[in-house]
Design a binder for this molecule. Sequence first.
Ligand code: CA
Length: 229
Amino acid sequence: MAAMRPRILVVEDEPAQREVLIYNLAAEGFEVDTAASGDAALTMVAEDPPDLVLLDWMLPGVSGIEICRRLKRQTQTRKLPVIMISARGEEVDRVRGLDTGADDYMVKPFSVGELMARIRNQLRRTRPAALGGRLVYEDIVLDAETHKVLRDGAPVPLGPTEFRLLSTLMEKPGRVWSREQLLDRVWGRDIFVDTRTVDVHIGRLRKSLCQHGGPDPLRTVRGAGYALG
Ligand code: CA
C-alpha cells in the first residue's frame, strides 16, 4: 500500500545524481518528488510540503544554502527537515551548512545506507507514525505498530482507510489538509479516487471517534478541507 509513505523532495540539478537518489529512496519505500532548481523546489514546497528535503548545495540560480535559509525563515516550513548534500567537505563548509539551519549535512560521496539512516533519524522526530510509533492528540492515542486506537481509554475500531486518515491528521494537528492532499497521502498517488471518497471516510472516522460521546475532534474547513483540532 502506497499510503502513508513519507515523501522526500530531492533537489539536485545533476540528472545522474538525481537518478541514484530516486532509485535508492524508492527502494527504501519513500515517495519521491524531484526539483532540478532552487526556484522549482520552493514552489513545490509551498504547494504541497514534503516530509523532508534532500538539498544539493550547488544549484543553478538560487543556491542550496539560500533555499535552506528561506525554508528555515518561514514559519510554515521551519520544521521541515532539510538534509544538505555537498561535494565540499571542508570543515568551514560543514559549519556554514549547519549555520543555515540545515538539520543534517552529508558530503559526497556518501554511503546510501548512511543517508537512509539519517533520513529515518529526521523522520522519527517529525513523522513517527510512518516509522512505527505512538501518536497522542488530547484523549486520542494511536499506536502505529499495533494499529490500535483508543479514545479516553476505550478502543475505537477503525477500518484501514480510517486508520490511515487519522494517523495522517494526528501527525500534524491543526494543519488543514485539502481533499487532494489526503488522497495522495492516504490512498496513494497512483490510485484514482474521487475526492468525495475523502468525505465519506471522514464521516466514518468521525462516527467511530464520537461513538461514546465526546466533542468531534475533526474540523471541516469550508472550501479548504479537513483538520484535526
Ligand atoms: Ca549540483
